[in-house]
Design a binder for this molecule. Sequence first.
Ligand code: HEC
Ligand code: HEC
Length: 198
Amino acid sequence: MRAHHSIARWRANHLLAAGATLVLACGTVGAQPADRALAAFDLVRSVLQHPRCQNCHIPGDAPLQYDEGLRHAQYVMRGPTGHGAVAMECNTCHGDSNRPASYGDRAPPGAPNWHLPPPETKMVFIGLTPRQLCETIKNPRMTGGKDLNTMYAHMRDDKLVAWGWNPGGNRAPAPATQAQTAAAFKTWMDAGSPCPTQ
Ligand code: HEC
Ligand code: HEC
């Protein structure tokens, strides 16, 4: 019994030591382009899967609200084109920009062309593993035909995307900045857009 235990302990220590060596080795590898690309992708992922972005990039038929991703109030629906149901279009309530602060924290936020992706190409970001998200954005059939270059321009310049960093009210903005996110996207894309293993 005792001998058994100490072998087990030796094994455990040995594994720990091997693990530590691996961590050290990976630390050195950290400078390699593939690792830089994956780190850049992870920044992009943390933005795409932030509530300010993923609340519209959903598999269901109603947008989500708040950091908790609750179903949008007032029975708002995606509708046939993503602009809402007839007589309940997004732009009934959402304007081209956020309301002035005097409207309070619960005022509908706004950005040009506020809507959801159409039902045929929902561009889902929510609930995917990093690898699934990576494969989704690389697959033009999932993204309404956008290739990575088009998507990069969209990340960098789109006004609706920009809203994620200026969400109005007391909503938490997406991480980093739009420029840093676009730069990370480009780093990842230019390195051959590698996907994480899971
Ligand atoms: C109000 C809903 C809404 C919000 C919020 C939103 N998006 Fe989108 N997003 C859309 C729609 C709609 C499209 C399709 C636009 C088009 O076809 O021009 C889109 C397309 C995209 C695309 C193109 C990808 C693709 O699959 O074609 C990217 C990338 C993207 N959004 C990133 C973001 C990021 C980053 C944020 C947050 C900072 C964000 N979105 C927030 C509605 C939204
Ligand atoms: C009847 C008015 C109304 C309609 C129609 C409407 N919204 Fe909203 N929406 C609001 C209000 C009000 C808020 C802010 C709620 C709050 O913060 O308490 C909001 C917030 C949101 C948010 C912010 C979520 C967050 O917390 O990050 C998104 C995304 C959104 N709406 C998407 C849509 C989309 C897409 C449509 C059309 C398909 C739409 N809304 C239609 C009133 C509306």
